[in-house]
Design a protein around this ligand. Structure first.
Ligand code: TXA
Ligand code: MG
Length: 350
């Protein structure tokens, strides 16, 4: 157990003294959990292999899953990568600071522990004011995966990281809720046609508008890999609450019926049932612990609540969570990618 210091920082009125202190912890080789606009990250000096090793230990993260390096400006990327291809420049200009992570060829400045032995590195310039201030104050790029215990839903509130990381890291910055609520989009820019390896805060549609043709890695929604996954994180179970999750996809009324029927069966078996639905159908469920993510007309709001809602079920006795599917357009791709992983790919088409 490490003694964890919890530092509260108001993101609209940042206390520079506290940020300077947290930046020093990073520079000295310590670990700091901090908010970003997507999810909380668990950071350490990206150029210090001993410091980054602490991240893997704190999370229980497999060492073949590489970390994202966070910077506070495009200039910070230059020493880390061989080159910034034209399309990557365009993406940085359009979406940074923001929830887009770009894979480029790494230089020897980036330790292999960060990239899990790959010759590429993932870089991201987050837009959250506390994240940006922390990176600047530390004076080094910050390696940071999501700040959850490996396999759990990513943390979007200070209470989530305190639950997972108290006693495992040097500092936790409690800085409010994360606005996007699911992780950045990861895009591989080392190939001619950019390829999305993880859908996230920037949508395929938004990327296509700036970059032209963009591919989605074919294994994203199925969990089936033809060869070694291009992004090692793809192959791990993820985002799993304590309860088993099952997703129901199909026409809205068929989904409601199927979830109602399954709820009755499970209750008869003596199981506690949780239901994840939308505002539109919430009124049609009468049994189980019902949580609506929001209206289907606002997919960003649904994304923002997904992980927090999965974690809320850990505070209940739910044994099984039955979840409505969401349409895989715009933010819906990232929502479904996370939900299907949380379900271990258990999806019923009705
Ligand atoms: O929004 C986010 O991206 C958050 C915040 C903290 O910035 N971070 C985050 O990190 O989600 P993490 O470690 O939970 O997810 C990073 C993903 C993993 O799926 C990993 O496999 C992939 O990025 N990745 C990292 N480096 C890579 C590389 N060189 N090539 C391919 N995939 C890579
Ligand atoms: Mg993660």
């Amino acid at each position: 157990m490490i003694k964890t210091e919890i530092v509260e920082i108001d993101c609209v009125d940042i206390d520079q003294g506290k940020i300077t202190h947290c930046g020093e912890v990073i520079r000295r080789g310590g670990t700091v959990v901090f908010p970003t606009e997507t999810v909380y990250g668990l950071g350490a000096n990206a150029l210090d292999p001993a410091a980054t090793a602490k991240i893997f230990e704190a999370k229980g993260r497999p060492d073949d899953n590489p970390l994202i390096v966070h910077v506070s400006g495009v200039g910070d990327v230059l020493p880390l990568v061989e080159e910034i291809p034209q399309k990557a420049k365009m993406a940085m200009e359009a979406f940074w600071p923001g929830p887009l992570t770009i894979i480029l060829k790494k230089t020897s400045a980036v330790p292999y522990i960060i990239t899990a032995g790959l010759d590429t590195v993932a870089v991201r310039y987050p837009s959250h004011p506390i994240a940006e201030a922390l990176i600047k104050a530390s004076g080094v790029p910050i390696a940071a995966p999501s700040g959850n215990i490996s396999g759990k839903p990513s943390p979007t509130k200070a209470s989530h990281v305190i639950k997972d990381m108290d006693g495992r890291v040097d500092v936790i910055i409690a800085g409010g809720d994360c606005q996007v609520g699911l992780e950045s989009t990861v895009i591989d820019m080392t190939t001619e046609t950019p390829t999305i390896l993880r859908p996230g805060g920037i949508t395929l549609e938004e990327l296509e508008e700036v970059l032209g043709e963009v591919e989605m890695d074919p294994s994203l929604m199925t969990g089936e890999f033809q060869e070694a996954p291009r992004s090692p994180g793809m192959k791990y179970t993820h985002y799993s609450p304590r309860a088993e999750v099952v997703v129901f996809a199909g026409p809205s009324q068929s989904v409601v019926k199927a979830i109602q029927n399954r709820t009755v069966e499970l209750l008869a078996e003596g199981k506690e049932v949780g239901i994840i639905c939308s505002q539109e159908t919430e009124g049609q469920y009468h049994k189980g612990i019902i949580k609506a993510l929001g209206s289907r007309s606002n997919m960003k709001a649904i994304a923002a609540k997904l992980f927090a809602t999965l974690r809320e079920f850990d505070e209940t006795n739910a044994d099984v969570i039955l979840a409505e599917a969401f349409e895989e357009v715009q933010m819906g791709k990232a929502i479904m990618n996370r939900l299907i992983k949380a379900a271990g790919y258990k999806i019923y088409r009705v």
